[in-house]
Design a protein around this ligand. Structure first.
Ligand code: TRH
Length: 404
């Protein structure tokens, strides 16, 4: 074991169990890359679903049990867990349960690894009180610590790669690069006065009314929809009217080859699932981003553009508290009217309120929301999760040294 207390860990094991969707691996992969690239740590990433991983990073071969990808050792986390030496720093992402044999091995080490549970993201108040709390193992001489990401200085902050905001600014300032980006996706260049949105969402009852508002609105809207769960609803929206020939005025078009739908003032382009870095660029290049879950929500905040969050729905409805908490925190620095318009649209997009009127009010506040989104991203940038996490692992090491 090479980890000298007070120094930076040299090795790190990250464990990721893919529950569903892409958020689990999305966050784990970002963190793994950042620790390896920016901090020179030897990272092993244990993942139980390599197919989801390969969607975010096509370089990953889902058939392999082990491989190196962008300086990270990627290991399939199967039923039989191999006997391996635990790393200096062990991170379980979103409270996934570590293999029992691995935990036993951790306990056997003279220099015990620092063990962190990287928790889900929430803007709720209680997060600050729970961040860094210890959780002693019931049986073994090991302590796990809760590490909470968050939006305030007393939380673990957010994942932010070195130079990301500079790259964002460069793309947003350079029309030619933006045009090249759109060309690479097969999406036409902007026309004057157009609003360009990206729409990544779960199935959503408000979708048809939103598409209708865009279709019938005064402003041309180009909507880019990454392949995913909402797509059948998009197709249904266009196909339904198509079947009703009385509504067919000749401007209706469905072109499955180009995966494009067009009607009234709305054009929809279906995008393939693109790799993480390119998805960032999509968010940077659009005017408004509809995002979902956890990771795309954070990336939309780094984009410095107005965004609308479709939160991951939970059966007990607690997700609405989480939604309101972020809306309140996020809106605090914006003018009251813009803050209200933002909240109303978020609520309507999550099933509470009328989406068409909420959209109109939001669109009317776009100037202020744009200013605010940029200021918000600058404010958040001071609290970097990877740096905080490494600082904390050193802190835990120091506490241990003191105890011994
Ligand atoms: O996929 P998600 O819905 O994941 C969710 C949430 O994380 C939620 O909190 C969790 O509990 C649940 O899964 C199980 O949304 P999220 O978090 O935005 O993750 C999507 C990832 O996919 C993110 O890393 C961005 C990435 N992505 C691409 O790389 N390319 C794309 O084209 C798109 C649309 C997304």
């Amino acid at each position: 074991m090479t980890f000298v207390r007070n120094s930076q860990p040299e090795t790190c094991d990250i464990f990721c169990a893919v529950v569903d969707n892409y958020g689990d691996i999305g966050v784990s992969w970002r963190l793994a890359r950042q620790l390896a690239y920016e901090h020179g740590i030897s990272v092993r990433l244990w993942v139980d679903d390599l197919r989801s991983f390969a969607k975010l990073c096509p370089e990953v071969d889902a058939a392999l049990d082990e491989q190196y990808c962008r300086r990270v050792e990627v290991k399939r986390w199967g039923k039989e867990f191999p006997e391996v030496m635990p790393a200096d720093l062990v991170i379980e992402v979103f409270a996934c349960k570590l293999p029992e044999s691995y935990v036993e091995m951790m306990a056997e080490q003279e220099n015990k690894p620092v063990w962190l549970n990287l928790e889900y993201l929430s803007a709720e108040d209680w997060v600050e009180g729970c961040h860094k709390l210890p959780s002693p193992h019931v049986r073994l001489p090991l302590t796990k610590y809760f590490f909470f990401p968050g939006f305030t200085p007393d939380t673990g902050g957010l994942l932010l790669e070195c130079g990301l905001l500079e790259r964002r600014d460069a793309l947003q300032a350079d029309l030619a690069s933006q045009q090249a980006y759109w060309r690479s996706l097969g999406v036409p260049e902007r026309i004057a006065g157009e609003l360009r949105v990206s729409l990544f969402s779960y199935e959503n009852d408000a979708l048809a009314d939103l598409l209708r508002a865009w279709e019938q609105g005064a402003m041309p809207v180009v909507c880019c929809v990454p392949e995913g769960r909402v797509l059948p609803q998009v197709g249904q929206y266009f196909a339904e009217v198509d079947r009703d020939l009385s509504l067919h005025d000749g401007s209706v078009g469905i072109d499955p080859g180009l995966r494009k739908y067009e009607r009234g003032n709305l054009r929809v382009f279906v995008l393939p699932f693109i790799e993480q870095e390119r998805y960032d660029e999509l968010l940077w290049a659009c005017d408004v981003n509809f995002v979902r879950g956890e990771d795309s929500c954070v990336r939309a905040q780094w984009a410095g553009k107005p965004f609308v969050w479709h939160i991951y729905p939970q059966h007990d409805g607690v997700h609405m508290q989480k939604l309101r908490a972020l809306s309140t925190l996020y809106g605090a620095g914006a003018r009251a009217q813009a803050c209200q318009a933002n909240e109303n649209l978020w609520l309507a997009w999550n099933g509470e309120g009328d989406i068409a009127s909420a959209w109109q009010a939001f669109a009317a506040q776009r100037g202020e929301l744009e200013r605010h989104a940029l200021a918000w991203s600058a404010r958040l940038a001071g609290n970097n999760l990877a740096l905080n996490l490494l600082d904390f692992s050193r802190e835990v090491g120091r506490i241990r040294a003191f105890e011994i």
